[in-house]
Design a protein around this ligand. Structure first.
Ligand code: DAH
Length: 384
């Protein structure tokens, strides 16, 4: 039978009042608790509208004279000394139970007047499902910029072979450039040939090779993903972090294409005012190689903040922030995938790689990288 949920509040049976106890024996207490809970179970049936919800809540939970408060006064405080312990335990348990029942009843009851207590046509109770992590959000923003330029997304394994992580990227065995990427090797691989030995990829660059093995030129890909290095965690290092790699291969790709593409991408990411600057660098898999800087979007490139005297921290007062490594794909790299149409005599390309975590820190003005990985909801809720 459908309960009459629209009954005016006078009809709600509020017969229950907290009795004074004479008998404090466990059996008597059980009985009293049972009666109280039975009364509570009956009451919320006709809860409709905000006024009734509040009245119901107050009647049971109000600090001033709510039923739980009366229980405290009439049962616990009135109990003789030798029964206090027993009564206290029961009252505590009862409190938790009453609170849970009241909250549950309120969650079930519609907030607006005139709706039935359970209306299956209403949307369900919304449960918090979290939000995009700031690193993933930043990663997706970067991807969106390049998607608009015709890049597609490629991915590869986090556990990688020495061949893809180093050798095919023109890091020969024992080349000192390997030392710049302090590598976490998987144990027990010594009996395998070096190129098959497994490690945690130190960068997303191996996906350049993996993709060129599968797809013929022309190619424009973006590779987001996790990478690992043997760096102890501190405010700016983490043994696990995220990169986004880019690769464009076609006939007649020039360094001008690289500069134009990356300059556009930085303006899209950080605002149309930012300037970019390229400085010579070295990576085994690009030639020439460069590091790209963007003018500091915090201080506008002046290196100073506020009234003109406070030092700007993100750019260390230089006015420039290093954002990525890039360069023209080294012909030696194409040699490893020549069989799939990548003849360095006929095609050329550029590549770049950036640290997503660092960019997210800059974007959100954070000074401690570890905040991203500690899973503290109070931190994460700021990004909802
Ligand atoms: N893989 C490099 C690193 O992790 C970053 C990088 C530099 C990627 C230059 C590139 C590039 O694609 O062209 O340090």
């Amino acid at each position: 039978m459908k309960k009459n949920a629209n009954a005016p509040s006078e009809e709600i049976n509020l017969a229950y009042t907290v009795p004074k106890l004479k008998d404090f024996s466990p059996a008597a207490l059980d009985k009293a608790v049972e009666k109280l809970l039975a009364a509570l179970d009956k009451e919320p049936v006709a809860l409709t509208g905000e006024d009734q919800r509040k009245a119901f809540r107050d009647r049971w939970l109000a600090r001033k004279d709510g039923i739980l408060m009366q229980v405290n006064e009439l049962w616990l405080k009135a109990a003789p000394k030798e029964a206090k312990r027993e009564v206290g335990q029961r009252v505590n348990k009862l409190k938790a139970e009453v609170e849970a029942k009241v909250e549950a009843a309120l969650a079930m009851a519609p907030a607006t007047k005139g709706e039935s207590a359970i209306d299956i046509s209403l949307p369900g109770i919304r449960r918090p499902i979290g939000a995009e992590h700031p690193i993933i959000r930043t990663q997706n923003e970067i991807i969106a910029v390049f998607r608009n330029l015709g890049y597609s997304v490629a991915e590869g394994p986090v556990i990688e072979t020495d061949y893809y992580n180093f050798e095919a990227l023109n890091f020969p065995p024992n080349h000192p450039a390997r030392d710049t990427q302090d590598t976490l090797f998987i144990a027990g691989q010594e009996s395998k040939p070096r190129r098959e030995q497994l490690l945690l990829r130190t960068h997303t660059s191996p996906v350049q090779i993996r993709t060129m093995e599968k797809m013929k030129p022309p190619l424009r890909i973006l590779v987001p993903g996790k990478v690992h290095r043997n760096d102890p965690p501190d405010a700016s290092h983490s043994p696990m972090f995220h990169q986004v790699e880019g690769l464009a291969v076609d006939t007649k790709i020039t360094f001008g294409d690289l500069k134009g593409t990356l300059d556009h991408a930085m303006k899209a990411l950080f605002g149309s005012d930012v300037k970019t600057s390229f400085r010579p660098s070295f990576f085994p898999f690009t030639e020439p190689s460069a590091e790209m800087f963007v003018s500091c979007f915090v201080c506008g490139g002046s290196g100073k903040r506020g009234d003109g005297n406070a030092p700007c921290r993100p750019c260390k007062q230089t006015g420039w922030i290093e954002i990525l490594g890039c360069g023209m794909v080294d012909p030696n790299v194409f040699e490893f995938v020549k069989h799939n149409g990548y003849d360095p005599e006929k095609i050329s390309g550029f590549a770049f790689g950036m640290g997503v975590d660092r960019i997210a820190m800059l974007k959100y003005g954070l000074d401690d990288l570890q905040l991203f990985f500690q899973g503290d909801v109070r931190f994460l809720q700021q990004f909802v």
